[in-house]
Design a protein around this ligand. Structure first.
Ligand code: GDP
Ligand code: MG
Length: 220
């Protein structure tokens, strides 16, 4: 299969306590499906999907799932170091998973340094508390809003079962990474996989999206 054309590749990591719904979120985002019993594979898995930011620039997302390692908060350091951002994932029905978010955030900050990571705070399993759902909400929305404001990060509540807000969670963090490239804060760097230049379109196809410098052909 021919690699689809994309302008940049961003690498993001999903972190948070085990069973909060990270793998389900990724599965829905990349496959459009929800699996009732997801496989708690040990190790790290990655998923990929192409999306567009607001001006039509095409971004290939490389999304790293931390299957199993998160149990002991012992994610291999290079997964952090080679990420530009992290989705901080908690379960709306699991208070402890939200209480642990600052620990996950600090862990990511520490290892993603010297880069300033982009974060998105993502609550999962919204379907369980909506419309007479069986479970009890343990994380009030007001608290999430306050936390997100304090840290200046995007937040959203999602369901990988219904797909509610799944797309938005990934789109928002991707747009923020792109904005930081536009503002000059982030650059493509040799030896760092957080952001890579992709395959630019030939100018005859779409003049606006062609980068000023020659397109790199080696990627991923
Ligand atoms: P992970 O350990 O963070 O990767 O969590 P998983 O994605 O493996 O999910 C743990 C369990 O929660 C599985 O049984 C999933 O089917 C379930 N689950 C995940 N997301 C949702 C959701 O949005 N709604 C509901 N009802 N269950 C979910
Ligand atoms: Mg998992």
């Amino acid at each position: 299969m021919v690699e689809p054309i994309f302008d940049y590749q961003f690498r993001l990591i999903l972190i948070g306590d085990s069973t909060v719904g990270k793998s389900s979120l990724l599965k829905y985002f990349t496959d459009g499906k929800f699996a009732e019993v997801s496989d708690p594979t040990v190790g790290v898995d990655f998923f990929a999907r192409l999306i567009e930011v607001k001006n039509g620039t095409r971004i290939k997302l490389q999304l790293w799932d931390t299957a199993g390692q998160e149990r002991f908060r012992s994610i291999t350091k290079s997964y952090y170091r080679n990420s530009v951002g992290a989705l901080l994932v908690y379960d709306i029905c699991n208070r402890t998973s939200f209480n642990n978010i600052p620990l996950w955030m600090n862990e990511a900050k520490r290892h993603i340094e010297p880069h300033r990571p982009v974060f998105a705070l993502v609550g999962c399993k919204l379907d369980l508390v909506r419309g007479g759902g069986a479970a009890q909400r343990e994380v009030p929305e007001e608290e999430v809003v306050a936390f997100a404001q304090r840290h200046g990060i995007f937040h959203i509540e999602t369901s990988a079962k219904t797909g509610h807000n799944v797309e938005q969670a990934f789109t928002a963090i991707t747009q923020e990474v792109y904005n930081r490239i536009q503002s000059g804060e982030y650059k493509v760097e040799e030896g760092w996989d957080g952001i890579k230049k992709g395959f630019a379109r030939p100018s005859s196809m779409d003049f606006n999206l062609v980068e000023a410098e020659p397109a790199k052909t080696s990627c991923c």
